[in-house]
Every structure is written in C-alpha cells, then in structure tokens.
Ligand binder design. Structure first.
Ligand code: FDA
Length: 285
C-alpha cells in the first residue's frame, strides 16, 4: 500500500514524495520562497540494526545534498529509526555520525520526540551529543506533565528546543487528557522557552498560540532572528504564508520516503476533516 501509485494521490498534500531527489526539489522551492526546511526521511520503528544503518546512510546522503546545494535545512530524525529498540550504543553511534556531519556542514539534527517510554533516553542522548558537538535540537511535548522540568534542564544546558503539543496516545497519569489543558500548558512552556531558551522553535499550527508567541517576543524585545516557528508541510498554508510575509522565520517539516503510513495516520487523527479532504482528492480523476 505504501508504494502504490494511488497512495501518492492520497499523501501528496503532506509528503514531498518517495525519493530524496523529490524532497530536495521541494526544499529548494521552499527556500526560494523564504521558508526554512527540515528533511524527515520517513521510517520509524525499524525492524533490524541493518535497517537502522540504512536509515543513517539515507540521512547522511540528505546532509550531503544540503551541503552541496547550500540549502537552508536541518534534518529531523527519530531514534527508533536509528535502532534504539535494538541497541542503545549502536543507535548512539548512528546519531553521532549524523550530528558530527551536521556540525561539519553548519546545520543541525533535530531529534523528534516519540512516545513517553523513549523520552528519558532521547533527552539524555541529545544532551550528550550537544555537549560534544552542539548542532542538535531536542523536542518537548506540552501534553506531558514532566515537560516543564525538562524544558528548564534544556534551557540550562543551552540546548535548542522545538516545542510541540504531542502526537502520541499517552495514559492520563503521564499526560493531560484534555486538549484545553495541553493548550494551556503549551503557553506556560512557551513563555519559559522564549524567556530562557536558545533559539527556540515554536512548532504549532494553532493561530492563537502563534499570535501569543509574537506578542511575548515583542514584549521581551526578542527579534525575529532569535526564534523560529515550525509547521508541518501542507498544514495551515495560509498561516505559513502570513508568517513569512511578516518577516518571521518559519521552518517547514517536510517528510519523504515510502514508509508514510504512521506519520500520515497521526495527521489524520489530529483533524478528522482531513479524511473528507483526502477522499475528495482520491475521487478526483
Ligand atoms: P492543534 O492540534 O490544536 O491544531 C491547531 C490548528 O491547526 C487546527 O485547528 C487545524 O486548523 C490545524 N491543524 C493541526 N493539525 C492538523 C492536521 N493534521 N491537518 C490539518 N490541519 C491541522 N509531535 C510529537 O509528538 N513529536 C515530535 O517530534 C513532533 N514534531 C513536530 C514538528 C513540527 C514542525 C510540528 C508542527 C509538529 C510536530 N509534532 C510532533 C506534532 C504535534 O505534537 C501536534 O500533534 C501537531 O502539530 C498538531 O498540534 P497543533 O499545535 O498544530 O495544534
């Protein structure tokens, strides 16, 4: 299903294409239009260490293309894609190769945050790599109760953070079950991050949150070069255009590759109206 031609019609709104060449073409276009990018080679939860090594090599190729073309782009990776479920030391070695290469070419590796059992291991690895190379960004999910203390730690260590709401199904003893509490916590964390963080990334399509971020940044005299917004490719394109027109830095997270199914299903779950939109697209000839 993941590689069928019908799937392309279904996914093209959210996913750049199957190949690195397609991804690079999309990122070049985005850069020309003043967007920053983050390349995400789809494929979490690999099934062997060999597959993890292939993922690492795919990311190394992406970093090579970023360097060759001088793209304004980072890469976003998931630790399960680099073998975390099989061997922590090997995952660490794979990550180290990527971060070292990113440092060499002057970009960064953004380490996506997965479900709660991975949070400690992910933050510890990011912290270790940041101390050694810099050039790495952590992700914090506002739905987790623990996130305030994690943000304080990352600010102390001067590790850049991407703040998002959180996309996985979590139990109520670990995460706020109600959306309005997640939204409220997001704003609390965002204030801490904008006050104390190193080049924070506000990752949300929520217009209210975006407006609040702009107001806080103005209050704190934080220029648009000191933080960035991040959004997913294909989502809230109206708001994306507006931010760029207003002179804010906006990085689009652009997925590519064959293994689109889990990413795609998370996007559908976030907004059931997407299903209608996609069905309409699929029925078009
Ligand atoms: P919210 O869900 O409240 O949506 C606000 C508005 O945005 C909606 O009303 C709608 O208009 C629009 N919108 C949101 N999602 C949409 C969708 N799928 N389709 C169409 N419209 C939509 N999560 C995680 O757990 N780990 C991670 O590493 C990351 N990384 C990440 C990077 C970047 C750049 C972004 C933007 C997001 C993530 N996320 C993530 C996902 C994040 O946790 C969250 O699930 C989504 O961003 C949706 O939350 P919003 O903040 O957009 O708000």
């Amino acid at each position: 299903m993941e590689t069928s031609p019908a799937a392309d019609r279904l996914t093209s709104r959210f996913i750049a294409g199957h190949t690195l060449a397609r991804e690079i073409a999309v990122c070049q276009r985005l850069n020309r239009d003043a967007y920053l990018a983050s390349l995400d080679h789809l494929g979490e939860s690999v099934t062997s260490l060999e597959e993890a090594e292939r993922s690492r090599d795919d990311y190394l190729s992406a970093l090579d293309r970023i360097a060759e073309l001088g793209l304004k782009a980072t890469v976003s990776v998931k630790l399960t894609q680099l073998g975390l479920d099989f061997s922590e030391p090997e995952c660490e070695q794979n990550m180290e190769r990527l971060v070292a290469r990113a440092a060499e070419i002057g970009t960064a590796v953004e380490v996506d945050m997965e479900a709660s059992p991975y949070v400690d291991r992910t933050l510890n690895l990011v912290s270790h790599l940041h101390a050694r190379y810099g050039h790495v960004r952590a992700v914090i999910q506002a739905y987790l109760y623990r996130s305030h203390s994690d943000i304080e730690r990352l600010c102390r260590e001067q590790i850049p953070v991407r703040l998002c709401k959180g996309a996985y199904k979590e139990p109520s003893d670990l995460a706020f079950p109600r959306k309005r509490d997640v939204d409220r916590n997001y704003v609390v964390l965002m204030k801490t991050l904008l006050a104390n963080g190193t080049h924070p990334a506000i990752a949300s399509h929520d217009g209210k949150i975006v407006r609040q971020a702009i107001a806080i940044a103005k209050e704190q005299e934080l220029g648009p070069d000191r933080f960035e917004f991040q959004m997913l490719y294909g989502i809230r394109r109206d708001l994306q255009r507006q931010l760029v027109a207003d002179g804010y830095q906006l990085r689009l997270y652009v997925p590519y590759g064959d293994a689109w199914y889990p990413y795609f299903m998370r996007r559908l779950a976030e907004r059931p109206a997407n299903v209608i939109f996609l069905m309409r697209n699929l029925l078009k000839t």
